[in-house]
Design a protein around this ligand. Sequence first.
Ligand code: BTN
Length: 287
Amino acid sequence: GNILNQRTRLMKAIKKYQELNAENIQRLLQTKVIGKEIIYLQEIDSTNHYGLKLLKSGIVSNGTLIVANYQTKGRGRHGKKWVAPRGKTLLFTIVLTELQRFRHLSLLTFAGALGVADGITHIFPEFKPTIRWPNDILIRGKKTAGVLLETSTRSKKDKKPGAVLGIGINVNQSQKDFPKEIAENVASLFMFSGRRILRLNVLVSVLEHFEKYYLALEQGQEKRFWSRLRKLSSTLGKGVRIHTPAGKIVTGTAIDIDEDGGLLVRLDDGRTTKFCDGDVEEVEWIE
Ligand code: BTN
């Protein structure tokens, strides 16, 4: 009886330290800027929406992290929904208020994607995540995480640029947790590892790796950033089919990513065109 009790108490104590909450994140996180302030919410419409409201209020500090256990109106790119079951995924937003030194805010999307990819690689080296331009993190070809950057001026008076960088990572869902329409193209970390994964560890690793790229961009040290992005890109060199907002479908070969983040595509007729963030709904392989 006594030993059993001890065991139970020990298990409880361990669980307490592994739980996803502000205190535990703070305890583990070794960053300079990102997550110095943490807001943990059991439920919210969208952490990005919440972040934008804070940004406009003007009282939020740079790098503030908003984490939610559940979102009722999670947003994806191009007005799509981001749906995730309660308690099984990572849903968070980083509020950035000091962006005067950044050449192109759109590069923050890539910094986010690189942070996720490196953060996952740090824990699961065998997963080898790649980045599908501009913001999808894939593992073995399946979308496992997404990044949504939304920019805004900080407030009516203060015209300085600000941004919220929202990240959703599929962590502990099983196949049946995904809506049927997308189930074939998506996956979670659990589906690759076969064991339940601690969200806390993944979050801390991703934030630490994101900060590395964030600081590099801020300081104009972009070399490592670009080489890593080109290396992890699943899109470059591939045949792509691009759905334009006008509803056209364009095919060609992705040849490079421009210095402002646009995708350079050699079209089938030989011309080269640049697609900017927002112009491309989907990039796929041509079988
Ligand atoms: C995409 O791939 O379309 C981007 C998905 C981004 C989802 C995250 S979850 C946390 C944050 N809050 C939101 O409402 N969206 C982002």
